[in-house]
Design a protein around this ligand. Structure first.
Ligand SMILES: *Cc1c(COP(=O)(O)O)cnc(C)c1O
Length: 452
C-alpha cells in the first residue's frame, strides 16, 4: 500500500486504543514501518526517537541482533504449542530463570499474555487460595488497592483500579473493592501539610486492613510508583509498611510490577529496593524486551500448594489463555534476560538517571511545571496553569497532548497521561539519545503552554 492508502485504511478501519479517533484522523499521526535501535521510522521515512519505550515495554531497542536471532531459532523449531496439559521448552527455561531472579520465595510461574491478565490471574488465585487453604479455609472476596491505581483494562483489573473515569463508565460491570488513599504529597488537600497528609494515608491504610481483615482476599499495589496514575512516587518505606501490615494480618500481597519491572526503577524489580517478597508478583510489559506479548504471575509454594489435590477434588486453577507461555515470546524473554547481564543494563539505567536529573533540572522553576516526579527512569512532569495554586489547565485544552504534537515535529515520540508529560526511556538507551529527548521535551513544553 502507498502511504496515502495506508492512512486512508487506518482512518477507516483501525480502531486505536485509548485514542479519540476523530482527532487522530485529523492529526495524521506517524504510521511506523521500520525501526532501528531506539528510533522508529514512519512510512514517509521520517525518524523519531522513542521517548516512551513503545508504551513502557521496550528495553534494549529494536532489531536487537540477539533477540532477533533467538526468535528466528525458535521459529525453526515451533512457533506455538499450548501449555494446557503440555510443556514447551522455552517456557520451562524461562520459569527457571525467573524464579532465580525475582525476590526469593516466588517459585511458581503462571503464564499469560498481557499485564491485565497477569493481574486477573493473581486476583483469582488469591480468592481460590483462601477457599482451599486446608483447615483454614475462608470465603474472602474483598480486594483493597490504592486510589488512582492502574492494573489493566479487563473487568477484574479495572475493578481493583482507581481510575474514576473507568469506574464511571463501566461501574455496573465491576465488582466492589476498597481503596486506600495513595501516599502522594502532591495530592495533599488544602488545609493540611504534606507530612500530615502522608501520616493520615498511613493511618487509613492500617485502619482499612484491620477493619476488613477477615474479608480481604488480597491487597494489590504497584510498587514504589503508580504509573498510569501520573507517575506518582510513594515515600520510601511505604511498600515495606504495606508488606509488614499484610504479613501480620495474613492478607496476600499482590505486587503489580507490570510497569516497574525489568529495570525501570533502577533495580530489576522495584520490590527489591525495600526487601519485599510479595505473595503474588505480576510481570509483563518489559518481560520480552518489548518484542512480543507475554506475562507471568508468580507465587509462593504456600499459595501453590492450596491448588494441589486429586483431579476430582476440584482444586485445579481453572484459568488459562490460548497463547499462554508462547514459545516465541519466551525465547525473546530469555534473550532479553541474557542482555540485561551481558550489557549490564542496570548500570546504564544509573547513567540515564543522572541525565534526567541534569537535563530536567531547568524545568524545576518553570512557571507551568507543578512538579517533576521521578523514580529510576520513570518520569512525570505535571503541567499546571498556575504553579502556586496547583491549578490545572482546562482539560479541553489538551495541554499534554499539545506537548506530544510539538515533540513529534522535533522527531521525538511522547505520550502523556492527561497533563502529565511522561518520559519513559528504554533502560538500554544510550545517554546521548536521552539527552536529546529531554531537550525536545523542554522545548515542546514551552511551545505547548504558550499555545493559544
Ligand atoms: C500496563 C499496565 C497493566 C496492563 O497491562 P496490559 O498489557 O496493557 O494489559 C497492568 N498494570 C500496570 C501497572 C501497568 O502499567
Amino acid at each position: 500500500m502507498t502511504p496515502e492508502k495506508l492512512r486512508c485504511v487506518d482512518n477507516h478501519h483501525v480502531w486505536h486504543p485509548f485514542t479519540p479517533m476523530r482527532a487522530h484522523a485529523r492529526e495524521e499521526s506517524p504510521i511506523i514501518a521500520d525501526a532501528v535501535g531506539f528510533e522508529l521510522i514512519d512510512v514517509q521515512g521520517r525518524r523519531y526517537l522513542d521517548g516512551v519505550s513503545s508504551l513502557w515495554c521496550n528495553v534494549h531497542g529494536h532489531r536487537v541482533p540477539e533477540i532477533d536471532a533467538a526468535i528466528r531459532q525458535q521459529l525453526d523449531r515451533v512457533a506455538h504449542s499450548t501449555l494446557l496439559g503440555l510443556g514447551n521448552v522455552p517456557s520451562i527455561e524461562l520459569a527457571d530463570r525467573l524464579v532465580r531472579r525475582v525476590p526469593e520465595g516466588l517459585e511458581h510461574v503462571f503464564y499469560s499474555d498481557n499485564g491485565s491478565t497477569a493481574v486477573e490471574a493473581a486476583l483469582k488465585i488469591a480468592l481460590q487460595y483462601h477457599r482451599q487453604k486446608g483447615d483454614r479455609a475462608e470465603n474472602r472476596n474483598l480486594y483493597v488497592s490504592l486510589a488512582g491505581a492502574y492494573h489493566g483494562d479487563t473487568i477484574g483489573s479495572v475493578s481493583v483500579g482507581g481510575i474514576d473515569l473507568f469506574h464511571g463508565l463501566y461501574g455496573q460491570l465491576l465488582f466492589h473493592s476498597v481503596r486506600v488513599p495513595a501516599p502522594v504529597a502532591w495530592r495533599t488537600p488544602v488545609g493540611v501539610t504534606p507530612a500530615e497528609y502522608l501520616a493520615d494515608c498511613d493511618r487509613q491504610l492500617e485502619a482499612t486492613l484491620r477493619e476488613h481483615q477477615s474479608q480481604i482476599a488480597a491487597f494489590v499495589i504497584e510498587p514504589l510508583v503508580q504509573g498510569a496514575a501520573g507517575i506518582l512516587v510513594h515515600p520510601p518505606g511505604y511498600l515495606r509498611r504495606v508488606r509488614d501490615l499484610t504479613a501480620e494480618l495474613e492478607i496476600p500481597l499482590i505486587v503489580d510490577e507490570v510497569a516497574t519491572g525489568f529495570g525501570r526503577t533502577g533495580t530489576l524489580f522495584a520490590c527489591e529496593q525495600e526487601g519485599v517478597v510479595p505473595d503474588l508478583l505480576c510481570l509483563s510489559k518489559g518481560i520480552t524486551g518489548g518484542y512480543l506479548p507475554l506475562a507471568a504471575t508468580l507465587t509462593t509454594t504456600e499459595i501453590y500448594d492450596a491448588f494441589l489435590g486429586e483431579p476430582q477434588e476440584g482444586r485445579t486453577f481453572f484459568h488459562g489463555h490460548t497463547y499462554t507461555g508462547n514459545p516465541l515470546a519466551c525465547a525473546a524473554a530469555l534473550a532479553s534476560l541474557d542482555l540485561f547481564e551481558r550489557n549490564d543494563v542496570l548500570a546504564n539505567v544509573d547513567r540515564l538517571e543522572r541525565v534526567l536529573e541534569n537535563r530536567l533540572g531547568r524545568l524545576a522553576t518553570h512557571p507551568h511545571v507543578g512538579e517533576i516526579r521521578r523514580k529510576g527512569i520513570m518520569v512525570g512532569i505535571e503541567l499546571v496553569e498556575d504553579r502556586d495554586q496547583k491549578r490545572s489547565f482546562p482539560s479541553p485544552r489538551r495541554t499534554g497532548h499539545l506537548v506530544t504534537l510539538a515533540a513529534r515535529k522535533r522527531g521525538v515520540i511522547l505520550r502523556p497521561l492527561g497533563d502529565v508529560v511522561v518520559l519513559m526511556p528504554a533502560p538500554a538507551m544510550p545517554p546521548d539519545l536521552l539527552e536529546r529527548i529531554c531537550d525536545v521535551a523542554v522545548e515542546a513544553i514551552d511551545e505547548a503552554v504558550a499555545a493559544r
